[in-house]
Design a protein around this ligand. Structure first.
Ligand code: DSN
Length: 478
């Protein structure tokens, strides 16, 4: 039986089983999600469509197995098969990012998400930082008395981290005050040059020089340029910091060979984290890659931060790593970037202001307050009404704050999976500018809009016509 037939049968079997279990509301929601995803232009930069094989791989018997610990060093009996699964996923992951085994990488495929991967990695870094304290006291963590442990906690809180600020494009877990990362470290932020929107490496270096951090974080959630990891490594080395790279957004572009040389963090970083479901197009989850000297610390995810790994998800990660090693995936990731560039150029041509004036990766950020006198929330709402799904995003020094924001972030990974190319991106750019130009802010709270309903209907039809040529999960019926 061919792959499409197998995938259709698997999906139908899943729906039948849910129906038989009496989960009618769940079945209805799953079907509705498929139909919505088919109709929308999914342009959330952090989303994608993974293969049905990966989708189905997530539901398997390893759901029932606890395997706290690491491969061959578990806290529970009966983990031989779990070891086999995790070893296979780990080895596939290493092969994907270091195919020639040049960098002696270790991988941990246990994190449940990108945030978990970051917390696991931070705890590994802290435990290494605490080694000198324990050595000096000639003590073990478990043998410290209450006063000793309290003094260790004080020592940990002096561990400094330099990372990109949230409103300049960094992530919550890079030291945002409301996030646990800001409680673990003494955080210093760098941002982007206000005139260009690019990271200013000289400014960054002067922050690192002053702070002398133990950890320098490179990586972003909302930044449209490549990062120069060679320069980051130089700065980290000069001031004795560990270089931590969060490549959640662009790991697919690394795996696909689009980010090469100094723009590929693999040979430069001490520790790298990623999600597996963004440009990498796998199941929801996280991974950590590290140099061998960090291995023993990284593999203490349990007890540091997580409990039992989700082995059923690790099965699906292994499949996704195999898919991402293919020639098809290389072509896909190259197309993701070409599409983002075509989208950016057309948006600029139509008069929109973009952060950094364009893009070199999979995302584009429009300054909608400047271009259309709308908040990010109003722009997000208007586009959603016609069927374009994006997220609002703060811009540096955002006058509308982090909730309403002044920008929207657009991404091409999902639409590229659907097969759309540069020509379609140009049409979409024109549509976005037209919709936002016709949107009127309503009231004074920066939330409401007025958009003519017959215009909305017309645009929805236009999107439906455009997407007709690019069916999503064609092998599935609904
Ligand atoms: N939620 C992800 C994003 O959209 O970038 C990061 O956590």
């Amino acid at each position: 039986m061919d792959k499409n037939n197998l995938e259709r049968r698997a999906y139908e079997t899943f729906l039948d089983l849910m129906t038989q279990a009496g989960a009618d509301k769940i079945v209805a929601a799953v079907k509705k999600e498929l139909s919505d995803q088919r109709q929308y232009l999914k342009m959330i930069a952090s989303e994608n469509y993974c293969s049905i094989t990966v989708q189905m791989a997530m539901g398997n018997l390893f759901t029932d197995k606890y395997a706290e610990g690491s491969i061959s060093a578990r806290y529970y009996a009966g983990c031989t098969n779990a070891d086999d699964v995790e070893r296979e996923a780990r080895d596939r992951c290493i092969e994907l990012f270091d195919p020639e085994k040049k960098y002696g990488l270790h991988a941990n495929v246990q994190p449940h998400s990108g945030s978990d991967a970051n917390i696991m990695a931070y705890m590994a870094i802290l435990s290494k930082w605490e080694e000198s304290f324990l050595e000096e006291k000639q003590a073990k963590l478990s043998s410290l008395d209450r006063a000793g442990f309290s003094s260790l906690r004080g020592h940990s809180q002096r561990c400094k981290m330099v990372s990109m600020g949230l409103s300049d494009g960094g992530h919550l877990t890079h030291g945002y005050r409301m996030n646990v990362s800001a409680r673990l470290f003494d955080v210093y932020s760098y941002g982007v040059d206000p005139s260009t929107g690019f990271i200013d490496y000289d400014e960054l270096e002067s922050i690192v020089e002053k702070a002398k951090p133990y950890i320098l974080v490179a990586g972003y959630s909302a930044y449209t340029r490549k990062i120069d990891f060679e320069r980051m490594r130089d700065i980290a080395d000069k001031y004795g910091a560990c270089l931590f790279v969060d490549m959640a957004h662009f790991s697919g572009l690394v795996a696909g060979g689009v980010f090469k040389g100094k723009f590929n963090p693999v040979s430069y970083a001490d520790i790298i984290t990623s999600t597996t479901h963004k440009t990498l197009r796998g199941p929801r989850g996280g991974i950590i890659l590290c140099k061998k000297e960090w291995r023993s610390h990284i593999d203490k995810g349990c007890p540091h931060a997580i409990g039992g790994p989700l082995l059923n998800m690790i099965v699906a990660k292994a499949i996704a790593f195999m898919e991402a090693a293919s020639k098809e995936f290389k072509d896909y990731s190259a197309q993701v970037v070409k599409n983002a560039d075509a989208l950016a150029q057309k948006l600029i041509g139509c008069g929109a202001t973009l952060l950094t004036g364009g893009t070199e990766n999979h995302m584009v950020i429009i300054h909608v307050a400047q271009s259309f006198s709308l908040t990010g929330m109003q722009a997000e709402k208007a586009l959603f009404q016609v069927g374009i799904v994006v997220n609002r995003n703060a811009v540096p020094k955002d006058s509308h704050g982090m909730w309403l924001t002044s920008g929207i972030r657009l991404g091409t990974p999902a639409l590229t999976t659907r097969g759309l190319k540069e020509g379609e991106m140009e049409k979409i750019a024109e549509m976005i500018v037209e919709v936002l130009s016709k949107t009127q802010p309503h009231g004074n709270d920066g939330k409401e809009i007025i958009l003519d309903s017959s215009y909305v209907t017309k645009k929805k039809e236009q999107i439906r016509d455009l997407l007709e040529e690019f069916p999503l999960y064609e092998q599935l019926q609904n």
